[in-house]
Design a protein around this ligand. Structure first.
Ligand SMILES: Cc1cc2nc3c(=O)[nH]c(=O)nc-3n(C[C@H](O)[C@H](O)[C@H](O)COP(=O)(O)OP(=O)(O)OC[C@H]3O[C@@H](n4cnc5c(N)ncnc54)[C@H](O)[C@@H]3O)c2cc1C
Length: 457
């Protein structure tokens, strides 16, 4: 590459990883081409984060309305209008897509609506309605995301036997939804269906919903599910799904059988890498994922991978950050102060159930199993004035800190707006702030955030 020529970056995939890489790289002076075969915004906007949260917001609104009498309102209707819901999802999706599109074009990113493959180490081919083109690239960024894993015992039909991608919007509301998989996506769907009025059974392969999460947090969710009449098949692994007329029947390895109107599989995802031509450039894979170093480089140094394809934490927020870091690294804009390497252990994450669940950094249970000395402080929302005003005092705030220095190491929040509130702890964990930094901050009264200040006392 000559010194006067701009760096040519070709990005495959227009999800959060690809978009953030494109805008940052273009801002830093690269000539960027982004190739997306579907919707700009990626699966995140079309199939995953956004439609799921938009539907959950509708379910939450319905739940609030059902409690309206307790808030001093006369009873109001709470029927779900599926046509309106579908329109709402399309409107949100197209608004977000046009926002991302205009951001990309304002940075002069060349957008190609087509399918991309790698031809060789420095060439990416796009195939679109406009023709087939080969694009020279100094740097290639792979950001093709992932899709739901479908086991061979599940005959997905998109009608009654669904993956997460068939559920937005639902063609009909399940009278009885069986959700297989009790990770983050599974429990969000349990909440979603129940809040829309469906009966729900959750097949949990372990003894705890949300395996890997703080047991106290998982127990709070489980208690809420049971209170809402959700049936839990614990320690049961699904082994077969069949349709019997309008019913679906799920068989489990312990002999139990669940019968419902719909079944939804939420048992993980697989990377979109098989048709990319990775072999043509000698890019190594592991289980379909592209292993990367701390700078998100594959084994071929000018070919980077980001987002779900990188096999790191599969979150939209992480994908965006990775995309930005790649652009900064590829453009040599690394600044030791401003541009740190990503510390995946410090990523905040949330589960959009009701109550919401959010956590960041070190969990109490992990500190305990590592034999690490920590200070744990917990404040229930039951003592918060704002929780009383909201007529919702479920949940708590928990802060894990270093007993010697007071540095905040992690925390969990269960309760309303937990996904927003966790940002305070995320800033503390990422920047090495102490509990007194939080306690000395003047918070607004009355707010749920005051519980954070109390827990930091
Ligand atoms: C149900 C569900 C809910 C979720 N909710 C959240 C949430 O609330 N918060 C959160 O942070 N994360 C959430 N996630 C995770 C999040 O959706 C992913 O981590 C995120 O989408 C990954 O971004 P990405 O850029 O790697 O890939 P994607 O968003 O999947 O984008 C990849 C893009 O690449 C395109 N592509 C693939 N192959 C090619 C090719 N050969 N040529 C051209 N284009 C190609 C695809 O069409 C796609 O648009 C959720 C996931 C699921 C399944």
């Amino acid at each position: 590459m000559s010194a006067s020529m701009p760096t040519r970056i070709v990005i495959i995939g227009g999800g959060p990883a690809g978009n953030s890489c494109a805008t940052t790289a273009a801002r830093l002076g690269a000539e960027v081409t982004l190739i997306e075969r579907d919707v700009i915004g990626g699966a995140a906007h079309l199939n995953d984060c956004i439609p799921s949260k938009a539907m959950i917001a509708t379910g939450n609104a319905r739940q609030f309305l059902r409690r309206s009498a307790r808030m001093g309102l006369a009873d109001v209707g709470s029927e779900v209008d599926l046509e309106h819901l579908a329109l709402r999802l399309r409107t949100i999706e197209s608004r977000l897509e046009s926002q991302v599109r205009s951001l990309l074009s304002s940075q002069h990113v060349e957008l190609i609506h087509g399918t991309a493959t790698i031809v060789d180490e420095h060439t990416v081919r796009s195939v679109s309605e406009g023709g087939t083109f080969d694009h020279h690239a100094d740097v290639i960024v792979l950001a093709t995301g992932s899709r739901p894993r479908i086991p061979d015992w599940a005959p997905i039909d998109g009608d009654r036997i669904l993956t997460t991608r068939d559920a937005y919007p639902p063609k009909s509301l399940p009278s009885h939804a069986i959700v297989i998989g009790s990770g983050v996506t599974g429990v969000e769907f349990v909440h979603l269906f129940e809040s829309m009025g469906s009966e729900v059974t959750l097949v949990v392969s372990r003894q705890q919903v949300l395996p890997g999460k703080d047991p106290e947090v998982a127990a709070a969710l489980e208690e809420d599910f049971l209170r809402r009449g959700i049936r839990l098949f614990k320690g049961a692994r699904a082994t077969g799904v069949e349709r019997e007329g309008d019913d679906v029947v799920v068989s489990c390895n312990d002999g139990r059988v669940a019968r419902g109107s719909h079944v939804l599989l939420a048992i993980g995802s697989i990377p979109n890498s098989e048709d990319l031509g990775l072999d043509n450039a000698g890019v190594a894979t592991d289980g379909g994922y592209v292993p990367v170093d701390a700078h998100l480089r594959s084994n071929v140094p000018h070919i980077y991978a980001a987002g779900d394809l990188s096999g790191r934490l599969p979150l939209s927020s992480v994908a965006s950050m990775q995309g930005r870091k790649i652009a900064e690294h590829a453009m040599g804009a690394l600044h030791p102060e401003r541009s740190r390497l990503i510390d995946y252990d410090k990523a905040a994450s949330a589960i959009f159930t009701e109550p919401e669940i959010a956590d960041v950094g070190l969990a109490e249970a992990d500190a305990f199993s590592e034999g690490r000395k920590v200070r744990v402080t917990k404040v229930p929302f039951a003592s918060s004035a704002k929780a009383l005003i909201n007529d919702d005092s479920r949940g708590f705030v928990k802060i894990v800190s270093d007993p010697a220095t007071g540095v905040v190491l992690g925390g969990s929040i269960v309760g309303r707006h937990a996904a927003e509130l966790i940002s305070v702890l995320a800033i503390a964990v990422t920047n090495g702030l102490t509990v007194s930094d939080i306690h000395e901050s003047l918070m607004v009264h009355p707010t749920l955030a005051e519980a954070l200040s109390e827990a930091a006392e």
